[in-house]
Design a protein around this ligand. Sequence first.
Ligand code: ADP
Ligand code: MG
Length: 309
Amino acid sequence: MEDLGKNLTEQMLKNNWGQRYNALIKEVLADKDVQMFIRSHDKLTKDDILKSFSKLYEFVNVKRQIAAGKEVFIPGYSPNLIISDHHIEVEYIPTKELLAKQKQLELNRRFKIISLPKNVRKANLDDYFTNNDDRRVALLKSLEFIEKYTANKNEFCKGLYLCGSFGVGKTYLLAGVANRLAQKGVQVTLIHMPSFAVEMKGSISKNSTLQKIDEIKKVPVLMMDDIGADQMSSWFRDDILGVILQYRMQEGLPTFFSSNFTMEQLQENYLTINSRGEAEPMKAMRIMERIAFLADEVNLVGDNLRNSN
Ligand code: ADP
Ligand code: MG
């Protein structure tokens, strides 16, 4: 390979170009990739190579800049030499890193997280640790949902209502399901319900309540995390939660929940008593009917995994 570079360089240098240019040619032709390229294209004449010298120079130069970690004019792409119409050209190919970044961005667009820590994006069902029957059943039902829903998005699929104590892994499982769905092209939103309630309260003064409800209610797969963890107003229960659930029920849109309460406890402890301390059992029952229509209750009992990893 070295010989080839040397011969070619010597022949080219017989021409009387300026010293600097000669030095440049020598340098470019000494590049291993350039030598390999010339070697594998034996139809290229010296003349062809000289005519395309600027391309070879560009190739070597950009390659060097990338190796030195410098900013290049098309970041994320690496140069590659090709023959196009008897000329040498440089094509730019996306690097593995760029492709991975683009894939991640695409996933982030599909899997929306509202008011939850960013690290829930890392939840992966492959790493879902199952040390008891509850966790095994929950994982199995989650996988069944993914399979059924992705096989036919037009058929209504019940989501899961995960209930269990703090740290048992409810949010992790929801996020794992969301990630898997996003990888399969499904749009999913995971929303932290107590924060959503605060946000909705704030939306009144901004006149954006209806628009926010609209956005959330239409998401193909919606996951309501930690429902029951705050104190709810009748307004939020009936005009926000009730409206979203009603729409999803009518349209058959899959909805997941997670809560420290069982469905029964949620109805009695959370949905029934309003923030003024009054009992509204009928209204609570109506909301619970919708939740029960949308999701199957799955109990998650187990050790608190928080701070254990
Ligand atoms: P919950 O929402 O029920 O309060 P989390 O989902 O926040 O609990 O889980 C608590 C911690 O344990 C998190 O750090 C999470 O990443 C981890 N975790 C939960 N379940 C699992 C699991 N099955 N496999 C691996 N890590 C888990
Ligand atoms: Mg949680």
